[in-house]
Write a protein that binds this ligand. Structure first.
Ligand code: ASP
Ligand code: MG
Length: 462
């Protein structure tokens, strides 16, 4: 049995969803369980609409709802011929997005978006994409069924970062998913989500569909788990920035995990550990070029194989600062800021706190900037009035560029990376050294990424 996970861009349009159906059909004889993300951009849009509602802007959330409805119905129109199957699917999509509208209205009434409410809205994208793919497979003659992970991935109640109860999940998956595969049906399971013991929907964290695939793969004792993405596996750099970037063809679990920690867009960092515990191989493949070998992650790869460091760049980030004033700045303020952000479900990628500058800087996804500022303004309303906190401000638009070395591989790529950026004249805004000496993360202005990454790739001899 194989578990195939397809990410947001792999199901981002009617054309891409067709390509996914072909990949699934080609492997079907081996027994395939599909795990899907929402269509690209949908989870962000759902969350943005709910936040607008919480801030009293119901107009905006209705506009988002209308967009999502048009986008999904448009895809259905393109993929399915008129008929009962298409009508049923349209109805389901309309009903789910009506539900979204009702949720937004109640969020607006409460004037507050809780983490639980956030999970309720954020989980909808996967409920839609899985139904579309399952219907398409059926229309193409492959028996398939959409399965909500709320029925088979049991988690705790930590909304926004729920942890699976593996024993219970294994029981549920073997009861609800395995029999489908054994009966020749392709289950199309929602990534990213689960439900707690009371049946309340939870999410595993942004980008969590990879993790869902690992959870299902281990629960089913799958032969292999495949993460289908839009590039040829894990590469020495983003091929959009460095066309000559090379695929890292074979990695150990440890190496893959290290890479994932530095760029969750490559692979969600929680994905590797459960697979490693059971020795299940993990492949990263390209749904645009299925014939490319991609990256294979194995329990015991050949120790003699060639190893190279990789450059992992994450764009679309921003820096937000909490700037103190006078001698009131303390570590407590920094910790309160981080706590408030975490409790609001915001993803802080890096942070630095400085006593000399009396400030805290956090790196966040850019689409979370306004929300983060809002959360921090609320947290420090008193300190602002007292003049202990001078301001909370959006600073530069940034990207992180991490050089992740391979233990026992090339020598000290991190020091060379730092020197290279200096030679190029790129300003390093902030720096984070990993616990291991092999890896380093540099925060640089977003505008510099396009020249910094290719330069680094050459300088490091990749
Ligand atoms: N759709 C979810 C997200 O955007 C999960 C995923 O794509 O992996 O975070
Ligand atoms: Mg992802």
């Amino acid at each position: 049995m194989l578990v195939f996970k397809f990410g947001g861009t792999s199901v981002g349009s009617a054309e891409r969803i067709q390509a996914v159906a072909e990949i699934v059909e080609a492997a079907r004889a081996r027994g395939v369980v599909v795990v899907l993300s929402a269509m690209s951009g949908v989870t962000n849009a759902l969350i943005a609409g709910a936040r607008s509602a919480a801030e009293g802007d119901e107009r905006q959330s209705l506009a988002i709802q209308a967009d999502l409805l048009a986008r999904h119905l448009g895809v259905v129109e393109e993929l399915l011929a008129a008929g009962a199957e298409r009508d049923a699917l349209r109805e389901e999509i309309v009903a789910r997005l009506d539900g979204y509208e009702r949720l937004c209205r109640s969020i607006a009434t409460l004037g507050e978006l809780t983490l639980r409410g956030n999970d309720a809205v954020a989980s909808l994208g996967e409920e839609l994409s899985t139904r579309i793919l399952a219907a398409l497979l059926r229309a193409r003659g492959t028996d398939a069924r959409a399965v909500s992970a709320t029925a088979c991935v049991r988690t705790d109640s930590q909304h926004g970062a729920a942890r699976p109860d593996m024993a219970e999940t294994r029981r549920l998956v073997n009861r609800h998913v395995r029999p489908l595969v054994e009966g020749g049906v392709v289950p199309v399971v929602t990534g990213y989500i689960g439900a707690d013991a009371r049946g309340v929907v939870t999410t595993l964290g942004r980008g969590g569909s990879d993790y869902s695939a690992a959870i299902l793969g281990t629960a089913l004792d799958a032969e292999e788990v495949w993460i289908w993405t839009d590039v040829n596996g894990i590469l020495t750099a983003d091929p959009r920035l460095v066309p000559e970037a090379r695929t890292l063809t074979v990695l150990s679990y440890h190496e893959a995990e290290e890479l994932a920690y530095f760029g969750a867009s490559v692979l969600h960092p929680k994905t590797v550990a459960p697979l490693a515990a059971q020795g299940i191989p993990l492949r990263i493949a390209n749904s645009l070029c299925p014939e490319q070998p991609g990256t294979l992650i194995l329990p015991e790869p050949d120790p003699e194989r060639e190893r190279r460091p990789a450059i992992i760049s994450t764009q679309g980030l921003c820096l937000v600062g909490v700037v103190g004033q006078g001698d009131g700045w303390s570590l407590l303020l920094a910790s309160r800021a981080l706590r408030a952000l975490a409790e609001a479900g915001l993803d802080v990628l890096m942070f630095s706190q400085s006593f000399s500058e009396r400030s805290l800087n956090v790196v966040l996804h850019r689409e979370e900037r306004e929300h983060a500022i809002h959360v921090l303004e609320r947290e420090f309303a008193n300190e602002r009035a007292l003049g202990i906190v001078a301001r909370i401000e959006a600073q530069a638009e940034v990207a992180t560029v991490s050089v992740v070395g391979m233990p026992n591989g090339n020598s000290a790529p991190t020091a060379r990376a730092y020197a290279a950026l200096g030679a190029l004249g790129v300003r390093v805004v902030s720096i984070g050294q990993a616990a291991s000496e092999y890896s380093v993360s540099l925060v640089i202005p977003e505008g510099e990424v396009a020249r910094a990454v290719p330069f680094l790739h050459r300088e490091l001899g990749l």
